[in-house]
Design a protein around this ligand. Sequence first.
Ligand SMILES: [Zn+2]
Length: 287
Amino acid sequence: MPELPEVESLAAFLRAHATGHTVARADAASFSVLKTFDPPLTSLAGQAISGVGRHGKFLDISTDQGLHLIIHLARAGWLRWREDLPSTPPKPGKSPLAFRLALDDGSGFDLTEQGTHKRLAVYLVGDPADVPGVATLGPDPLAADFTADTLASLLSGRKMQIKGVLRDQRIIAGIGNAYSDEVLHAAKMSPFKIAASLTTDEVAVLFDAIKATLTEAVERSEGLAAADLKGEKKSGLRVHGRAGQACPVCGDTIREVSFADSALQYCPTCQTNGRPLADRRLSRLLK
Ligand SMILES: [Zn+2]
């Protein structure tokens, strides 16, 4: 799933390639992808793209007439930029194509989504806060005013495991399953540590890990074409998705805890004093 660094890079890519161009047409290729009906998608035609931003994992393409096309790529969605977009509108069907935006010079992008769970979402709104997932977002961890004190106040009194806190978009915007694994590995912290139990020093370490991990990931993907970002994310990850491989810091074997619909990866030596965490799925079976 694209998280803050990938969405930030996609926003930068679109800013460089789409800003100043006029929308020729926008088409939804599936009935479920467009979550709003007023204003209609046809109203985008003829409007110039004036900026591209990001709210957490949401892309925000704004127009000179005050509309915002908000995109959430969800777990299996992606944006593919094309210099020569087919001139025919997409046909609804079984292809992974979910949405197409065509610009006046023949370029534009396709939104695609693999798999059977269709979660990719597009919204056309006058105000980004009209999108429920945007309105409830917590603070952005790369914002200049996100300080160690901000993090301390977000964690204070929260009887949740730190892994869940980092992933919760209503608490901190933009970090998902992959970068929460990476942040906790960088902070040498157990994913199951209770947020409220962190000392001031631990909050400071976690804060530095959040800023460094996300900043480095954004810098790695800067300037890459939209098509290359997915591969860059995978190659830059140290523990996430690498169960069974050697930890790049200490050489221990990276382990995994599986849940119903996801899994986390961590290094026992770096993060849990060498002790493997209980695998929830397995321990439930053994009970
Ligand atoms: Zn390690």
